[in-house]
Ligand binder design. Sequence first.
Ligand SMILES: C[S@@+](CC[C@H](N)C(=O)[O-])C[C@H]1O[C@@H](n2cnc3c(N)ncnc32)[C@H](O)[C@@H]1O
Length: 204
Amino acid sequence: MDKEKLIRKFDHQSPIYEARRKRQTEREWRKTLIGCAKGNVLEVAVGAGANFCFYPKDVEVTAVDFSGAMLSKAKESAAASHVRATFMESDIESISFPDNAFDTIVSTLSFCGYENPVRMLEAFSRWCKPDGQILLMEHGLSSNRLIGGAQKLVDPIFRRAVGCHLDRNMIAIFQQSPIQIRRMERYMLSTIHLVWASPIKNGR
Ligand SMILES: C[S@@+](CC[C@H](N)C(=O)[O-])C[C@H]1O[C@@H](n2cnc3c(N)ncnc32)[C@H](O)[C@@H]1O
């Protein structure tokens, strides 16, 4: 699917993500994960800003999303939560940041959309400081064969309708990527992965 079409798809879904933010779906997972953020934070694919109310008060967030409609809702969310944030309307797969720029990199529910998720994690490792952290909450393929089979079956329809893949093998993606997992929790028949990771730098 071409990027312009995908952006329009997410623009149209922005009221749904705003409603989900207000209902605080995934509240406990987000609270546990985002509460660990520190310092200079990059949040990729910020959506309608569902994580802002869980950030510690002293962080400074750079938030990126390629959907302008999502970003305007994320701005309201950051203001309501009094989080210092700057916003960039960009394709995170096409932009770059200096190496070692961030103390924390956050991604929640974004790896289902990327063309090349391993390349994205390679970029996270470069942009993250050596002693920094990568915090992820991602959905993907269940380890349960029956559920996994159903996810694979439905994936092409889901991708066309919503813009996300349902059957990303997140464990394989983590294993192929230069990150060291410090802690992982899995929920809902292992379809949800909460990950606390460190970057693996070249030569380390
Ligand atoms: C499933 S939503 C998740 C939003 C938010 N992170 C959350 O946890 O609710 C995916 C978001 O990723 C954004 N997105 C997907 N691919 C992107 C890309 N390549 N660059 C920037 N944003 C992207 C979409 O616009 C959308 O806001």
